[in-house]
Structure formats: structure tokens, C-alpha cells
Design a protein around this ligand. Structure first.
Ligand SMILES: Cc1cc2nc3c(=O)[nH]c(=O)nc-3n(C[C@H](O)[C@H](O)[C@H](O)COP(=O)(O)O)c2cc1C
Ligand code: SF4
Length: 463
């Protein structure tokens, strides 16, 4: 999708009177400016005000500010950012590194891309502030391999920041040094996992590392490191400008702040949106123009393909880490994917599991073998050759992958399978008993693909 098409589908480009009451512009307010990707455009909109302040502050003051705001990481797990930064080992005699995870490969997720295309200096500024907080003189942005336009925009922003003296040996004339490097991956989903990312950065095959030791003590090149998501990193300059209470005006005590959302699936206006955490999912559906005409919500993924499905019964759940967890899923990356009553949940699950099978790095047996096996079984159910025992077999394979895999990718592969059996067992049973989908439910894949021979996982590399 071109930037132009994407822009037209992006809420912040619409006139304020056309926006839903739940929409906000905390982090997306520069999207419509047109030139915010340039240094001049960025500085005209408060750019580098936070970084100028940060250079005169103690690292501990910045970390305290992030803690006071209650910022939780936006890369999926929601770990408290201030705490994570305070874990970065100091006084080891080794350099510390701040690494930005701009891999954004989770199916359904496209929030970081738009931010980086339209407001790349906000990441440069966030990296400077984060670097000062963890006492690092070097930052690395690990950018998804397919993000060609993003990489060009980021590289141009970094160049402008160096030329202005905002990066380099004497940032803002403060005597402090901070260098920023852009590294492009080679399009492997596993390289978004923070330790696989570090392996890839070091030039090795992108496979997760055993933890402990954690990156805070032993990360990039064996040095203290923090890895954070793009949206997490751009937060600090806002806190420096507006304070922690500004951030807390949205959300709940445990889930404060604004959230960039990627809304996709069977809604009228899929695209990028921004809301305060705590917004109900039903409001977000309304915000995206509602479900397509004649379709009703059947199931949805709260935060990308790795988060277990919820159903229409959960549509009034507030979008917070705690409420989504209580409902049985995860907030993940803020990628809300909505499916209607016309869509086969079994086929959707088959497609997701196919993704995880393909992206498994092959390091551990449960994920490498289990993902491919589940994909085969789902394929035969969709072909009309399923057996009733397959449902127990699928659940059994899930139990043997979940919590037994080396990293969270294995767990993620089980999410759609376990949730679809939990909520939509009837659709499986219908397919097994009749060989077809129930009336009014459709598949989109040519059945020939369900016959595809099992493909052995091929270890991917981000090096
Ligand atoms: C398979 C896999 C892929 C991931 N991909 C991403 C990604 O693309 N971007 C991201 O920020 N985090 C990703 N993560 C989460 C990271 O490992 C890490 O938790 C995150 O970057 C931490 O940032 P945060 O503290 O700001 O949330 C992924 C995790 C797994 C297991
Ligand atoms: S769970 Fe999958 S992706 Fe993670 S280490 Fe094991 S094989 Fe690799």
C-alpha cells in the first residue's frame, strides 16, 4: 500500500469534526503536517525540546519521570519501561547500548511504520533521551528489512540531526556524546524477539539467546543493553515536555497513556488510529466505521496474531493490559484485527499457524515440529478429511508447545488454535462431520492450498 493510500485511511488526516469522540492526537499530532519528517518541520512543532532538556538532567531523573508516568512497553509484553531502564547495569567498565526494535513483523501491526515515515525525528529524539537515561553513548535502530521508505526517512533524519549537532560528540553543545546507527534486518519475524535481534545485529543467525543473562546485564556485544519498541521510545520526549500527569490523563492506573492502534479486518475504514488506553473495543470498531455492511463481529485479535482470539461477547472490554488479560488474551502490540460471522475461524487459524510454521527459527523442537504438525492437521480438517480425534490432538500439541518452547514465538503459534477450539468448537465439528463449512461461513483460500505438502521449517536469518 502506498503512503498516499495509507494516509487516506489514517484517522489523523481526517478533519477533526469527522473523527470519533474516542480518537486522540497525542503521538500522532504531527502526521498531518506534511513536513514533520524534516528537521525544520519537526522543530517547528516542538521538536528536540525534550532532548534539550534531557541533556541537562541526571539519568536517574529521566528514569523517575518514566516511572512516574507508568509507561509500559509497547512491543508486546507491556513491561514497565522505567524499571527496565533502571536494570541496565552501570559501572561495569563496558559501554551501554540502547536498541530500538523497529522490526514490526507481527501480522496485523503497522503502527511503528507510519510513525517512522511521518515523524522519524521523534524516534531520533527519543533515542537521545533514552540514551541519556541509561547512560549510553550509542543507540541502534533495528529496522525491518522490508521497510525501504522508512529506512530512507530515518537515515535522512539521522543525517540532519548529525549536521545540526544533535547527534555526535557534543550533542546540543552539552559535552555529551551520542551516536545513532540504523541497521536494516533481513525480514525475519524472529528478529523482533529482542535476543534474536541482538544476535542478528552481531552478524549471526537470528535465533533467541538463553536467558539469563538478560540484555540489561549482557546484551549487545556482551554489554548492558535495553531493547525497546518504537512507540515506547518516542514517549520520553513527550514526558519531558508535558510531564507524567499529561501521560496519565489517558488510561488506567495500571495501563496509562495514549496508544497507537492498527485496526484491520472486516471494518469499513481499517487503518491507523490513536486512542487513550481504556477505550472500549466496541468504540474502536465504531471509530473504524463499523463492521462491513451486513456483517457482524464474530471474533477478534486484540494485539496481533500472537494474542488469543476473543469474541463478540468481549466487545465491551476496555482496551487495557489488565482487562484484556482478564478476558483471556493479551494487549500485545495494539493491532486489533476484526473478523465477521462470514469468516471461517478454522481457515484464519490455519493461515496464522502457517505464518508461525514459516517463521519458526528451528532452534527448539516443540515450535519447529509442533507448528508444522498443527498446520497439517488444520489443513486436513479444512479439506474435509478431519477426524474428531484431531481436536484433542491439536489441544495436546498446544499443551506441548506452550511453556515448553525456547521463546514466545512457540507460545504464539498455539494462541489461535487453543482459542478457536475454546470458542468455536462447533465450526470444527461441522467441518469434520460434513466436510464443509456451516452455511453462511466462507473460506477465502483455494482448497488446493490446504493440500500443500508439509513444509519443513527453514531457519531464518536476520543477519
Ligand atoms: C517472535 C517475536 C517477535 C517480536 N517482534 C517485535 C517487534 O517487531 N517489535 C517490538 O517492539 N517487539 C517485538 N517483540 C518483543 C521484544 O522481544 C521485546 O519484548 C520488545 O522489543 C521490548 O520493548 P518494550 O519494552 O518497549 O515493549 C517480539 C517478540 C517475539 C517473541
Ligand atoms: S520457539 Fe520457535 S522461534 Fe523460538 S527458539 Fe524455538 S524454534 Fe525458534
Amino acid at each position: 500500500m502506498s503512503l498516499r493510500t495509507l494516509s487516506q485511511r489514517t484517522a489523523p488526516f481526517r478533519a477533526p469534526e469527522d473523527r470519533h469522540a474516542a480518537e486522540i492526537e497525542a503521538f500522532s499530532w504531527r502526521y498531518g503536517a506534511g513536513d514533520a519528517h524534516t528537521l525544520a518541520g519537526y522543530e517547528a512543532m516542538d521538536g528536540y525540546v525534550g532532548a534539550r532538556k534531557a541533556v541537562g538532567m541526571e539519568p536517574s531523573e529521566i528514569i523517575q519521570l518514566v516511572k512516574d508516568a507508568g509507561v509500559r512497553g509497547r512491543g508486546g509484553a507491556g513491561f514497565p519501561t522505567g524499571l527496565k531502564w533502571s536494570f541496565v547495569a552501570q559501572g561495569t567498565g563496558k559501554p551501554a547500548y540502547i536498541v530500538c526494535n523497529a522490526d514490526e513483523s507481527e501480522p496485523g501491526t503497522f503502527k511503528d511504520r507510519l510513525l517512522l515515515e511521518l515523524d522519524p525525528h521523534s524516534l531520533v529524539e527519543g533515542m537521545i533521551c533514552g540514551g541519556i537515561a541509561i547512560q549510553s553513548e550509542t543507540g541502534v535502530i533495528y529496522c525491518r528489512g522490508e521497510f525501504g521508505f522508512v529506512a530512507r526517512r530515518l537515515q535522512a533524519a539521522i543525517k540532519e540531526a548529525y549536521e545540526a549537532g544533535y547527534l555526535g560528540e557534543n550533542i546540543f553543545g552539552s559535552g555529551k556524546r551520542f551516536d545513532l546507527i540504523l541497521h536494516r534486518g533481513a525480514a525475519a519475524y524472529i528478529c523482533g524477539e529482542e535476543t534474536a535481534l541482538l544476535e542478528s545485529l552481531e552478524g549471526r543467525r537470528g535465533q533467541p539467546r538463553l536467558r539469563p543473562p538478560f540484555p540489561a546485564a549482557h546484551g549487545l556485544y556482551g554489554c548492558p543493553t535495553t531493547v525497546n519498541n518504537v512507540e515506547t521510545i518516542i514517549t520520553t520526549p513527550y514526558l519531558l515536555r508535558h510531564g507524567s500527569q499529561w501521560y496519565r490523563q489517558w488510561g488506567t492506573e495500571k495501563s496509562p497513556g495514549p496508544k497507537l492502534m492498527c485496526i484491520s479486518g472486516e471494518v469499513v475504514n481499517p487503518g491507523n488510529y490513536e486512542v487513550g488506553l481504556g477505550t472500549k473495543v466496541s468504540d474502536m470498531i465504531e471509530m473504524a466505521g463499523g463492521m462491513l455492511p451486513g456483517r457482524e463481529l464474530k471474533f477478534w485479535c486484540p494485539g496481533g496474531s500472537s494474542t488469543p482470539y476473543l469474541t463478540a461477547d468481549h466487545a465491551d472490554v476496555p482496551y487495557t493490559f489488565e482487562a484484556i488479560a482478564e478476558a483471556g488474551s493479551l494487549l500485545g502490540t495494539g493491532a486489533l484485527m476484526l473478523y465477521s460471522d462470514r469468516t471461517s475461524v478454522v481457515e484464519t487459524t490455519w493461515r496464522y499457524v502457517g505464518f508461525y510454521k514459516h517463521e519458526s527459527c528451528g532452534k527448539c523442537t516443540p515450535c519447529r515440529e509442533g507448528g508444522a504438525w498443527m498446520h497439517q492437521i488444520l489443513g486436513r480438517i479444512l479439506r474435509g478429511q478431519g477426524r474428531m480425534e484431531d481436536l484433542d490432538l491439536l489441544s495436546d500439541i498446544c499443551d506441548n508447545i506452550f511453556g515448553r518452547s525456547f521463546c514466545a514465538l512457540g507460545d504464539a503459534a498455539t494462541s489461535p488454535v487453543a482459542a478457536s477450539i475454546q470458542y468455536f468448537r462447533d465450526e470444527y465439528v461441522h467441518l469434520i462431520e460434513h466436510g464443509t463449512l456451516p452455511d453462511g461461513v466462507y473460506r477465502t483460500t483455494d482448497p488446493a492450498y490446504f493440500d500443500a505438502p508439509p513444509v519443513r521449517s527453514v531457519a531464518t536469518t536476520g543477519a
